[in-house]
Design a protein around this ligand. Structure first.
Ligand code: ASP
Ligand code: MG
Length: 411
């Protein structure tokens, strides 16, 4: 008998018809001989609605009472789903996070799971009952209700799967898997059968918003097999798993596009120790996160220091640097909001040389100028002009043969 955790997001439980469809799917999984734990989100739009109510009273609301409020959304869906399961003849029992005892720290609105007591859930499963658990919520050691941050139901599902040593954690959502790139940009984009945790983490942090990043970190840490599937169509989705479970590893698994960044340059800074910290210190103090950084010294002995920040932080950062720059003897501050970051991701690049030069040549052949580069073990990112967003993604997707399922090695 396998133990399977199935998580259904807000659109999948968006109305009572859909909740009944979820019940049918859960019933089928159980009748096929599995022990099933279900994790649900609030009905779509509900968390935003509740947040709106709170903000109508205090626009800057945070803290304990917000979690008491937001956690109610999931409590509605667990009850409705159990009613629907009962109607289908499936014995089911619902639990809030506190009832299971999903123990978290006390960081309200963004709590982290510390431990899960799986005994109650296990007893139900052994007795042949489906257990339906409210996602996104837990309880701290003082009995306060906490929530895990937006999208947190994914993390509840993975954490439960880890605690129960489940065979698989299935995330049912409105897309049918993880794609080689955004199909709206490249119609030939392909659903990946398998991808490693590491690659998924890179793709998620680069903007592929299929799963809450923390859920992938959790899955990676406890080696939970995580599958993303559509709740509206049949299919096998994408399995996110260990490298060992992926026999034929592609060189490149995906191309991502991030439109959220902006570029800033502090020009003509005298080249001496303390430049980087002199520039980035005040930026960090203002809680602005810096992504890519490039620094180089010209023949005249001065340095141009260029980096990227989130576009929302652009004005604030330029303002800070315009104050700091004169003190450092810099010639000036300039910036550009109209840039994008395009990245290729793949664990295969660890064992292959020449991927970067191939990427740069493909872009150059089409006249795309690269403004910044950064690399990690399994990722290469470039900053280019915004006008090349779609073209750049298409060129790289085709350069590495990602549209071709047979072309696993991107020859
Ligand atoms: N309902 C919460 C949200 O909308 C948690 C989740 O859906 O995962 O963010
Ligand atoms: Mg979600």
């Amino acid at each position: 008998m396998s133990t399977i955790v199935q998580k259904f997001g807000g659109t999948s439980v968006g109305d009572t018809k859909r909740i009944e469809a979820v019940a049918e799917r859960v019933a089928r999984t159980q009748r096929a001989g599995n022990k099933v734990v279900v994790v649900v989100s609030a009905m779509s739009g509900e968390t935003d609605r509740l947040l709106g109510l709170a903000k109508a009273i205090d626009p800057r609301i945070t803290g304990r009472e917000l979690d008491v409020l937001l956690s109610t959304g999931e409590q509605v869906t667990i009850a409705l789903l159990c009613m629907a399961l009962a109607k289908h003849g499936v014995p089911a029992v619902s639990y809030t996070g506190a009832q299971v005892r999903i123990l978290t720290d006390s960081a309200f609105n963004k709590a982290r799971i510390e431990a899960i007591d799986e005994h109650r859930v296990r007893a139900d499963l052994d007795a042949g009952r489906v257990t339906v658990v409210a996602g996104f919520q837990g309880v701290d050691e003082n009995g306060n209700i906490t929530t895990l941050g937006r999208g947190g139901s994914d993390t509840t599902a993975v954490a439960l799967a880890a605690a129960l040593k489940a065979d698989e954690c299935q995330i049912y959502t409105d897309v049918d898997g993880v794609y080689t790139t955004d199909p709206r940009i490249v119609p030939e984009a392909r659903r990946l059968d398998r991808i490693t945790y590491e690659e998924m983490l890179e793709m998620a942090s680069l903007g592929a918003k299929v799963l809450q990043i923390r859920s992938v970190e959790f899955a990676s840490k406890y080696q939970v097999n995580l599958r993303v599937l559509s709740s509206f169509e049949e299919g096998t989705g994408t399995l996110i798993t260990t490298e060992e479970n992926i026999m034929e590893q592609a060189l490149i698994s995906g191309v991502t596009l991030n439109r959220d960044e902006a570029q800033i340059t502090v020009a003509g800074v005298p080249d001496r120790p303390g430049i980087a910290s002199g520039i980035l210190g005040p930026v960090a103090a203002a809680n602005v996160e810096v992504d890519m950084i490039v620094q180089n010294t010209g023949a005249d002995g001065t340095t141009d220091f260029t980096f990227t920040v989130h576009r929302n932080d652009y004005d604030r950062t330029v303002e800070i640097l315009e104050k700091v720059a004169p003190e450092m003897g810099a010639k000036g501050v300039r910036g550009d909001r109209k840039i994008v970051k395009i990245s290729i991701v793949g664990v295969g690049m660890r064992s292959h040389a020449g991927i970067a030069s191939r990427m740069f040549k493909a872009l150059a052949d089409d006249g795309i100028n690269i403004r910044m580069i950064s690399t990690s073990e399994i990722k290469i990112s470039v900053v280019v002009d915004e006008k090349y967003s779609e073209l750049g993604v298409r060129i790289l997707h085709s350069e590495f043969g990602l549209e071709d399922a047979a072309n696993l090695h991107n020859a």
